[in-house]
Ligand binder design. Structure first.
Ligand SMILES: [Fe+2]
Length: 158
């Protein structure tokens, strides 16, 4: 299951992230077959998972990549790519609101390409670097992700 689910029994944070990637890829495929008018459920699910997944990576994974695995340049590039993806999601939202089918299809294709490329860099370069930092680092990452995720999903009185 994904890190966005309640079941976090497996303590390998890299596997959680890769599993999110599998779900995100599937959601993008599903979105590809829709029109702006009937894309609502697929689009909202994708946005929700992307927001949580990217928040975890931006607050925990990329900083760890920079400070623990020592690849600051790669970390900054990944931050930049998630920001670009946010802009693409926003444009897609606007195309949906205008019911602009051509812009919507082009936007889905652009977002899909951007995310697939980003995920490939993470899985082939960034994650192996973090894994090479050893089991203690991975275990700390797992704890940090669980805490961060509950802080985002818990209701707050503030
Ligand atoms: Fe990711």
């Amino acid at each position: 299951m994904s890190v966005t689910t309640e079941d976090l029994t497996n303590a390998d944070p890299i596997e959680w992230l890769k599993n999110d990637h599998r779900i995100i890829r599937r959601m993008l495929q599903e979105l590809n077959g829709t029109t702006p008018a009937d894309s609502s459920a697929h689009f909202e699910s994708l946005k929700k998972l992307l927001s949580l997944h990217n928040a975890i990576e931006e607050n925990i994974v990329y900083p760890a990549l920079a400070k623990i695995a020592g690849d600051r340049d790669q970390a900054l590039e990944l931050f930049h790519e998630t920001a670009e993806a946010d802009i693409l999601v926003f444009s897609l939202s606007q195309a949906r609101a205008r019911d602009d089918e051509a812009a919507f299809q082009a936007g889905v294709e652009e977002l899909t390409n951007a995310i697939l490329e980003h995920v490939q860099v993470e899985e082939r370069q960034a994650f192996p670097l973090l894994e090479s930092a050893g089991p203690r680092v991975l275990s700390q990452l797992a704890n940090d992700i669980v805490k961060f995720r509950s802080s985002l999903t818990a209701s707050s009185a503030v």
